[in-house]
Design a protein around this ligand. Sequence first.
Ligand code: NAD
Length: 387
Amino acid sequence: MSKFRTVVVGAGFIGPVHVEGLRRAGVTVAGVVDITPERSLAASTNLGLPSDIRTFEDAINDPTIDCVHLTTPNRFHFEQAAAALKAGKHVVCEKPLAMNSTESAELVRLAAESGRAAAVNYNLRFYPLAHEAAARVRSGSIGNLVHVVGSYVQDWLLRVTDFNWRVVAEDGGELRAVADIGTHWLDLIQFITGKHITSVCADLRTVYPTRQRPVGEVETFSGGGGAQAATEPINITTEDCGSVMLRFEDGANGCLWVSQTTAGKKNCLRYELAGSDQSLAWNSESPNVLEIGNRDKANESLLRDPSLMDSSAAAISNYPGGHNEGFPDTFKQLFKTFYGYIAKGDLTAPAPFPTFADGHREILLCEAILKSHRQRSWVDVDGTSAS
Ligand SMILES: NC(=O)c1ccc[n+]([C@@H]2O[C@H](COP(=O)([O-])OP(=O)(O)OC[C@H]3O[C@@H](n4cnc5c(N)ncnc54)[C@H](O)[C@@H]3O)[C@@H](O)[C@H]2O)c1
């Protein structure tokens, strides 16, 4: 892996998580860049990285760089991913892939034209028990998919004074809670079930139509413990919470609840997936346990253990059972999979990671969800109204 030289673009909350994951995957991190050369230097010094690459342009114009990871705010993803692909770099882009489906469709086209590998960082698929659940659905052990319910809830935007660029539509996109965290759930469930969501019916709500924005920048997940800063009012159009009813391509149905205003829930993704023979349930705050529900015998609880799991799940699990693997490990495993795929040399082979096509489909889903909410009706994911 060390033959690959990668630059991480964006050194806020998740950029350093990428640096750590890349290092643990054995990839050479050739630099980290931020919005100014000064901030790039500070970040590379802080992370113990080389500092000769100071800008995004330095990174994509450097022929020794193989890949860029885009960990910038959402509104930069399209222009940076397009420029990196045109410069011949492989790309790992944070979610959401772009601000709208026109942009994401163009990125799918550019990725195909470039012949480079292009991933969207839906990292939650790379919890080993997500691969285990997918293998169980594939093998038929749960029977036919009947329905799926679940949620992704947080509390970091609970108060009217909580603020981040994500709450502003121009910076994060018109959808917020659904696009920021709901799409992780939607990607995970479609990955596990192997089924696309075809229709949605959404009811969204902005709890605070006006928030108090601190004068100055606020880091993601910086918490509320600091001194009270001066604030100014700002109108908010993006949703804090909402529910989305779902229909899958095979007739299964379900429901997702998303909230960034649930006190006490930090990053809590849950699902309950019901098959005609068994159910599977999982909670990201206890990610090493998969609950298996039975009708005619006692329920089971699978504690993550490579020796007890499907080979696809064992392959992305590096520690023996009982030693917890968590959020940072999902980045390492996605990156090992992504660079391992490139190393094999056949970029026409099916990609074992979330692709730009997956990222585009998530944006089509988001657009259908927003349209459904505004129309107060069911909407098909391709944009047409469902019966
Ligand atoms: N996969 C996940 O679990 C996960 C988690 C958090 C965030 N994210 C995604 O990662 C992205 C970044 O989120 P974050 O929470 O780290 O945000 P952040 O605000 O904490 O960090 C963004 C960084 O990008 C820098 N930046 C802004 N414009 C830039 C530019 N043009 N060029 C280079 N750097 C620039 C900022 O200065 C900042 O340091 C978002 O798209 C978000 O959705 C994904």
